[in-house]
Write a new protein. Sequence first.
Length: 378
Amino acid sequence: MSQLKSNLINLLLILCSFSVALILSEGVLRLIDRPPLQVAGWKFSQSESEENQLGFRGNPIKYSPDDFVIILLGDSHVEAGACIYDRMPERRLEHHLNTLGKKVKVFSVGAWGYGQDQQLLALREYYQQYRADLVILWQTPENDIWNNMFPTHWPANGTPKPTFWLEGNQLQGPNYKIGDKIPSSRLGLLLHRVLKSSPKRDDAWEKRLPSSYVPLTDYQGTVNQEWQQRWNSDLGFMKAENLASEKSHLSIFLSPQSPRMNYGITLTRKLIKAIESEVIENQGKLLIFRPQKPSKDRLLGEQIFVLNDKYYRASQEQFQETIEEINQGFQEVLIPIGIEDYRVSLEDGHLNQNAVDVVMKDLALELANTVRDRAPDF
């Protein structure tokens, strides 16, 4: 009995010593700020010479009292990493509008990977110092819904970001602001660094989301092999497409809509409505803008795609229906991409520099009356 008691005491001493060592190690790591805490969200980080005052890629934000000020609010399409600085969308839109005789300034607010959550926060930051007559929200439907639903960027458990959520039908959040340091155990961060892993933020967050799309496990008809072929070669980072959680560019095409997709649509609409409220409160106008891909790059009817022995029903019609549901009640403009060779590359679907110029020219023509109506002195 005494031996058992002695063993228990020794075990308790070992546990206490280990606990004290952990506490002291955590304290030392916090004192020296190592490893540094992760930051929620991001901005442009490639070249300070190409940043505006808010830290986004674009022109310095300068305008005169009689300038008509336009904001391009969006993600990587607005940041336009494939374009040289002088050929960014903001520069080409401003050029084409001024060519039409307008007195316009165009500025970019947004960065790669932004959903409407970070766009809303970035716009609020812009309005703390500047004005805008027109805010053009550059919509990226394949990204926007899952960008808004998850607390990290691509892929699963990627870079952490500010995120909103729904409680009932009410928009809540965000959990962080852009640039906030995320409280975390320094020992835990150190362990992730050693193991070359990431905190499982998506996994924990996903518990609050409704159920995701359930694919078929058997199908006897004709199937499309394109997704499987892309997976086999990892074309366009296909293996990072997480269809199980719907954190995927493909999920907007899936039919029928899952409860999770319905949640994402409602969340996205609420965020756009919050953006619109900010714009109206600041005496501006919101316009949703989207380039339309050529027909060769759109799905034809409803098809069944096979991927790793699971079968997914997908269609262009479902894609269109989802967009219409999101944008109902908002003013939008759809600009067809007027050239066939519009992509940066086979793996990168962003507009190349030539396509940016073509689309911005057509958008300028579409906006001509809006700019005149909003600024009658021109």
